[in-house]
Every structure is written in C-alpha cells, then in structure tokens.
Write a protein of this length. Structure first.
Length: 335
C-alpha cells in the first residue's frame, strides 16, 4: 500500500485526499482533521469520514506528512519548577496551565512533549517545533537557557527588561497593588512581603505592593528560597522571634507560603485576621478550604495555558506575536 502526495496511504484505487473529500462532501482540511481525530470536526462527520477511509483502505501517514512539511507537529512543554514534598507537580500550578496548553495544541493537531529543564537534550525535545517554558527560574536562568536553542519560545512568567522572548503571564504588579489596597482599607501599616524576589513574577508582585503602599505603611521583605508551607512557617517564625517585631499584615507570594505564615502567627498567639491580616497568591482550591479561609489573588491559569499555546502556534506559522498579561482578581475571604 503506497503513500500519495497528500500523506495518506491509500488502496490500489489510487484515490487522493481530494477524492476522499469529494466522496464525503467536505473539504480536504476536514478530511485531514477527521483522520487525526480533531475535535474541530463534529463526531458525526469524523465517524463518516473515518468509515469511508476504512472502506477505501486509507490511513493517515503522519511521518510522511511531517517529513513533507518539515515539522514534527509537537511542542515541548518545559516545567522549570523542581517538585518537592511541599510543592508537588499535582498543584494547580502547573497543572491548570498544562490543561489549557494541551487543550489548545491537541485541538490544532499537535502532540505535547512534557519535560523538565534538565532533559532538553532528548530526541523528542530536540525534534519539537517549539518550546513553552512554565516558570522563568531564579534570575530568569531557565528562560535564558532555552533561548540558546533555535526553537520558537514562549514563557509563562513576567516581562524582563531586554528579554527577547514572548511572555504570557498574570499582571503581577496589579495583583500586588490589589493586596496593598486591601491592607490600606483595613488600616494595616506594619507589613511583610513574603517571597523570593529573585523570581521575576515575585519581584513584580512585590513592586506593585510596595509602590501602592507608598507612605501609608512600612514593608519588611522576607525571602524564603522555596514556595512551600514549611518555608513560609520558618521565615515568619524567625521574624517573630526578634524583639520589637510588630506585624499587622502579611502578603505572601503564594498560598502555601501564606498558610505557613498563618501557622507561625498562631504559634505566637497572633490571631488571623484580628491581629494580623494575611493575603496569599494563586487562589488555589486549598485557599478557600483553609481555616480561616484565605484571601488570595486569583490567577487565570487555564486561560494562560490556552494563550501560551495560541502564541506558540502563531510563532510556528511565522505570524507576528506579542507578549500579553492576563488580569488578576483579589478573592476576599476571612484572612
């Protein structure tokens, strides 16, 4: 059974994909999508075309198509974070981003190669048509490393001065500002920012927070080197052990850090929110179920994943692409 110029292996009848499209009463691209099981084609039409192709002895020759097009029709998704006990890969970040990415890429007929920054030299990654990086890393090291490849690159994170790659992310400055406005409304003045500002996204959250507080309060920055409950607890505990320390508001760069800080405050018998207000970031499902329910800045991660994939597909097609930031929303709860 030979392959014709359309990348379809056909029977001895010598039919082309155009012939199959005419027989089905649809376009050639619809036939191609149906044979790839694309959700862009209705289930009824997919079944009709697949049945017709089966009767004619057709099947999609993916390798031939990819070779002809000079593409692998795959995108490597690189996760920058290193999974640890307090921050597993099963957390909403990065799973919600991955869900949006996978939805958009598979709909367009692309496969997703999931990997880490330590496995960039593997064949599936090297053969990909582009890379999506989830997280820039400390001092944007991960983004700079992936820039060394010749592949199109889209990064989830924050814009970097002089950065020559496309960024999709949340408006972290606005997120930080919304936390500051909340504290100002509550009359909180002795504030703590809890997060590692070596990360571009965290730096933006901190800048938005401090700039909005301005002269209306003081901000002490604590820099845990992880985004975990334990890191938040240890940093906050260390601060509270110092004599003369007075805190009435804590803004944490993640929900897990915020929860750790609340535990440290509780051990010092500082009630939340009566004595100290606490705001987290990410609005994970555990934020709403935490006791007390955690006020947090919501990120639209699934929408971010879809947008990352759209930008990547546009880059692969040679279309002009610009960085884009998504809005954030402060979810006010009990803290």
């Amino acid at each position: 059974m030979a392959a014709n110029k359309s990348g379809i292996r056909n029977s001895d009848a010598g039919l082309t994909m155009e012939d199959l499209a005419r027989m089905a009463g649809v376009s050639k691209i619809t036939v191609s999508r149906a044979l790839r099981d694309s959700p862009l084609v209705t289930p009824e039409t997919r079944e009709k075309i697949r049945q017709l192709a089966s009767e004619q002895g057709y099947r999609l020759n993916v390798s031939a198509r990819n070779l002809r097009m000079g593409r692998s029709y795959s995108v490597a998704v690189v996760v920058e974070m290193t999974p640890v006990k307090g921050r597993p890969m099963s957390d909403p970040y990065p799973l919600e981003l991955l869900g949006g990415i996978t939805q958009e890429l598979t709909t367009a007929g692309y496969s997703v190669v999931l990997t880490s920054k330590h496995l960039l030299d593997t064949a599936p990654v090297q053969g990909a048509d582009g890379m999506i990086l989830l997280g820039q890393g400390s001092h944007s090291e991960a983004a700079h490393a992936l820039q060394q490849t010749s592949l199109p690159l889209v990064v989830w994170g924050a814009p970097e001065p002089g950065g020559h790659y496309i960024v999709v992310g949340s408006d972290n400055r606005a997120g930080g500002a919304s936390a500051a406005h909340r504290f100002i409304e509550q009359g909180r003045r002795k504030l703590v920012f809890l997060g590692d500002v070596d990360h571009a996204e965290v730096q933006e959250r901190c800048a938005g927070f401090i700039n909005t507080i301005g002269e209306q309060g003081s901000v002490h920055i604590l820099r845990p080197k992880a985004f975990t409950f334990e890191a938040g607890f240890e940093c906050m505990s260390a601060l509270l052990k110092k004599k003369g320390t007075h805190v009435d508001g804590v803004f944490a760069a993640s929900d897990t850090l915020a929860m750790g800080a609340i535990r440290a405050l509780a051990e010092k018998e500082l009630r939340v929110p009566e004595a100290v207000s606490v705001i987290g970031y990410d609005d994970t499902p555990s934020a709403a179920s935490f006791v007390p329910p955690l006020t947090s800045v919501h990120q639209y991660l699934r929408d971010g994943g879809v947008l990352l994939a759209k930008k990547m597909l546009a880059l692969i097609e040679g279309q002009p692409v610009q960085s884009e930031m998504l809005p954030t929303t402060l979810m006010v709860r009990h803290t």
